[in-house]
Design a protein around this ligand. Structure first.
Ligand code: AQP
Length: 346
């Protein structure tokens, strides 16, 4: 595999209720990656409409996710911050990838099965095709690294399969057009840390999720300190004190989740947290978690509110990001079209 320029891409859907899982599993890590990599962070609005979105709400949520990126510390002068629908190359490459990906691959995608539920016949074709568009998002930039939560692991594997199949199917044309052995990198998923899968505060076996009907299942990035405190205090736990070793968290999903959240918010490991709180009752541990969560999330929520009050500024950030994103994607997609054998407009 030839060396590709290191580039990070990731996205968040503007589907409302941005929560602590989105922050710890994705956005907080996006911020950290800026020091090491050139990064593109996308508000994936084309993905959002794979399920019904009220148009006015969608507009609001696109700006809110952008505000969350900025409030969390993504610097739009350094990283490219944009929304997917402003860069037409995503949808264009997705079509070409639709003709590379196999039905059997998509039939194995568990997220579609979960989201479509029992009423599969009534799900949108977009929902089924979601992972192909995601591959296009990443590979339009030939991104080498993608920080995501654990729930996206299978989709990243599909991205790698699509890149590999495209490189194999078109290997002669790729070489003929001077791109060497492979046109697309085999992208590395970056999944990890103590909060790769933050669980519901009401049920430690279920992922914290935007669409959970119970607001007490998640901490929203826009929650004020009272709401954060109430949700942490009401979070489900068991009757035992915290263990001193991580082995003691096995079969205690709620305890494991709260320790993982504490670790991620304080940039420590589960081991570090248990060294300090092993033997403590949940009432004491939850008090410390409330203080930590309010200290870390409070300023982000406040800055989000300030930013969304100025939609003109957010729209300008998105427009600048889209122009910079398109400047990277357009030559890549033009090259893909040559490789596939399309005739360019002269
Ligand atoms: N619970 C989570 N723990 C860790 N990471 C998570 N992510 C989502 N939930 C968790 C990560 O957040 C990023 C953006 O996610 P998304 O906007 O694409 O939406 P999603 O994964 O569909 O979010 P939800 O909350 O799970 O929405 P619904 O309820 O619609 O299913 C991704 O990197 C994701 O891994």
């Amino acid at each position: 595999m030839p060396a590709f320029k290191e580039l990070v891409f990731s996205g968040v859907q503007p589907t409302g209720n941005l929560h602590l899982g989105n922050y710890l599993g994705a956005i907080k890590r996006f911020v950290a990656m800026q020091a090491q990599f050139e990064c593109l962070y996308c508000v994936v609005d084309l993905h959002a409409i794979t399920v019904w979105q009220d148009p006015a709400e969608l507009t609001r949520q696109i700006r809110e996710v952008t505000a969350a990126f900025l409030a969390a510390g993504i610097d739009p002068a350094r990283s490219v911050v944009f929304n997917q629908s402003q860069v037409p190359q995503h949808a264009e490459l997705a079509w070409i990838f639709n003709c590379v990906a196999r039905l059997g691959w998509l039939n194995r995608m568990t997220q579609f099965k979960e989201k479509a539920g029992k009423d599969r016949e009534n799900a949108s074709i977009g929902l089924y095709d979601y992972p192909v568009l995601m591959a296009a998002d990443i590979l339009a930039y030939r991104a080498t690294h993608v920080p995501v939560g654990e729930d996206q692991k299978q989709h990243l594997e599909l991205t790698r399969d699509i890149a590999q199949k495209f490189n194999n199917d078109f290997s002669a044309a790729i070489q003929q057009h001077g791109h060497g052995e492979a046109f697309f990198p085999i992208t590395e998923p970056l999944i990890g840390g103590p909060a790769a899968r933050v669980m519901s505060l009401r049920d430690g076996t279920k992922k914290m999720s935007k669409s959970d009907p119970s607001d007490y299942s998640r901490i929203n990035l826009t929650d004020d300190s009272d709401a954060i405190a109430q949700k942490v205090r009401k979070a489900k736990t068991d009757a035992e004190p915290l263990p001193s070793e991580t082995a003691g968290l096995e079969k205690r999903p709620e305890a494991d989740n709260l320790v993982g959240i504490f670790a991620a918010l304080s940039e420590a490991s589960r081991e570090d947290v248990l060294r300090e709180y092993g033997g403590a009752q949940f009432s004491a541990f939850k008090g410390a978690l409330v203080d930590l969560a309010v200290a870390k999330l409070g300023p982000i929520g406040a800055e989000m509110k300030r930013l969304v009050a100025d939609p003109g500024h957010i729209d300008a950030v998105l427009a600048d990001g889209a122009a910079r994103a398109e400047a990277i994607a357009a030559p890549n997609i033009a090259a893909v079209k040559d490789i596939v054998g399309f005739v360019r407009r002269r």
